[in-house]
Design a binder for this molecule. Sequence first.
Ligand SMILES: [Zn+2]
Length: 83
Amino acid sequence: MQRVRAFMLLGGKCYKCPENRMQTLELEHINDNGAEERRTIGRGNVMAKEALKRPNDFQLLCGSCHNLKTSGYESVEVEFQKE
Ligand SMILES: [Zn+2]
């Protein structure tokens, strides 16, 4: 399965945290022109195929880290670590 191969190629874990359960991991294009890219190469298997072709352009993110990234709260990570 292409998706699995792409995931393995990209290290098999979240780029930001130790999460490695495949169900929670998503392929993410690094140069985040997000919507643009998605429109041109589509999602799912197409995305996996692209990642196999040029793995340097992709990274894996788990659902949580992806949410943080898209919500723009990534930069307040330090706040969470106080306490
Ligand atoms: Zn993560």
